[in-house]
Design a protein around this ligand. Structure first.
Ligand code: AMP
Ligand code: GLY
Length: 426
């Protein structure tokens, strides 16, 4: 089979790595890919959002299966487009993607179907937003969210009234997140541990992946602004068997079933971002795709053929193929460019990668990297994810940090407390 993977992040490198192990696969293409995917796939210079170009390429190259990494092409309707032309593609259709692309849709969907989530109100103007904040319905801290896609950055947690009003202005008047901020969701702030819970959904049935925990804030001890994710471990240390069953029963099954009933059959990976509160698990957000960096940690634990699983999702018989997971934990630490998630510089040569490849049990999944002559240089905020899976979480993290000590680039930044859950930091 010929496989086309869309995207350029660590998630896509990890998917390409896993897919390359499939007995079904002859050749992998990655659009646009990065310096890491270039080693196992042929990179194709097409932007991930250029869905018409991608369609043309897939038809011309006779791609047997296209796998979509990021949310933007999904929200633009890439799956609908490919399906019209009878090209196989893994991911949900545009109307199912709305569960991520519109926070208002997803909050109202959860309210309609009593799926546990934070209380909320919607504002379609600055005045309405101020009125909601002034009504006393919400105590502080309160959360203000842009309605549309904002690359994980459109969520502002406000400790007091001034901050909340500023957040409304930033989103609705200054339009920091563009059109995504025409409407906002104002919601109750939830407290607890966060978890990322993913399932393969074939439209009617769902099979869970192993649980994970992301580390969203940029600095140690969960300080600083939120990022796309600075590291992940699997499993989540906070989800036992009972809680796992509760999440499936009260959140995952109702989500998949109700979406189907509403004419939005969901096929692909459904990612549920959860807050594990004193009153049970509640949904923070849905994503219509694999998580990043979570997927990097998950792929290390997957025993089995990812292509076969994706085929079973497309063919709507996800129970046909048994996925096995290693019982060993795994971890991923992101090496980022100094300054990320705000301004950062690109083009810094990365040293030490050759030393890494001689280490067994370490996978370095590239994200913002590119080849420049004989060098590999930085090309984004999140540069790469260093991953391992050992007998215990401690051994796993020790191995990862030992590997990181061999890598260097100017202004390299990473968190030193990924997986440090025992000290009560999480
Ligand atoms: P979202 O994009 O909606 O997942 O939000 C991004 C991050 O903001 C989440 O991972 C949480 O850390 C935080 N967040 C979002 N909604 C809430 C909430 N209601 N209460 C507390 N934290 C939240
Ligand atoms: N790591 C968070 C996400 O993939 O949305």
């Amino acid at each position: 089979m010929k496989i086309l993977i869309i995207g350029a992040g660590g998630r896509e490198h990890a998917l390409a790595w896993k897919i390359s192990q499939s007995s079904e696969v002859k050749k992998i293409f990655c659009a646009p890919g990065n310096a890491g995917t270039a080693d196992i796939a042929e990179n194709v210079e097409i932007e991930e959002t250029d869905i018409k170009e991608l369609l043309e390429y897939a038809s011309k190259e006779k791609i047997d299966l296209t796998v979509v990494g990021p949310e933007q092409p999904l929200a633009k309707g890439i799956v609908d487009l490919f399906e019209e032309k009878e090209l196989r593609i893994f991911g949900p259709t545009k109307n199912a993607v709305e569960i991520e692309s519109s926070k208002i849709f997803s909050k109202q969907f959860m309210e309609r179907h009593r799926i546990p989530t934070a209380d909320f109100k919607i504002a379609d103007s600055l005045e309405k937003g101020k009125e909601i904040l002034g009504s006393g319905d919400f105590s502080y801290p309160v959360v203000v969210k842009a309605d549309g896609l904002a690359a994980g950055k459109g969520v502002i947690i406000c400790r007091e009234a001034d901050e909340a009003e500023n957040a409304l202005k930033t989103i609705m008047v200054d339009k920091k997140f563009g059109e995504a901020g025409e409407k906002v969701v104002i919601e109750e702030c939830l407290f607890g541990k966060e978890a990322s819970f993913m399932v393969f959904s074939d439209g009617t049935k769902a099979v869970p992946l192993v649980t994970t925990m992301d580390h969203k804030q940029v600095f140690d001890g969960d300080k600083g602004p939120n990022t796309g994710g600075m590291g992940a471990i699997s499993p989540s240390p906070f989800i036992d068997k009972i809680l796992f069953a509760e999440i499936m029963q009260t959140i995952v099954y109702p989500t998949v079933t109700r979406l189907l009933e509403e004419g939005r059959k969901y096929k692909g990976v459904l990612y549920v971002g959860l807050m594990l509160t004193e009153n049970g698990p509640k949904v923070l957000e849905y994503n219509c795709r694999f998580g990043d960096p979570e997927t990097q940690a998950q792929m290390l634990r997957m025993d089995g053929d990812l292509v076969k699983i994706m085929q079973s999702v497309i063919e709507e018989n996800v129970f046909e193929y048994d996925i096995n997971w290693s019982s060993r934990p795994s971890g991923c630490v992101i090496l980022a460019s100094g300054g990320y998630p705000e301004k950062y510089e690109k083009g810094k040569p990365i040293q030490g990668l050759a030393k890494l490849s001689s280490l067994s049990g370490i996978e370095a999944f590239h994200a913002g990297t590119k080849k420049e002559g004989n060098n590999i240089v930085t090309n984004g905020g999140r540069v790469m994810g260093i991953c391992a899976s050992e007998r215990t979480l401690d051994e796993t993290m020790e191995k990862i940090y030992m590997a990181i000590s061999r890598i260097k680039f100017e202004n390299m930044h990473f968190r030193k407390d990924i997986g440090a859950v025992k000290e009560g930091k999480k």
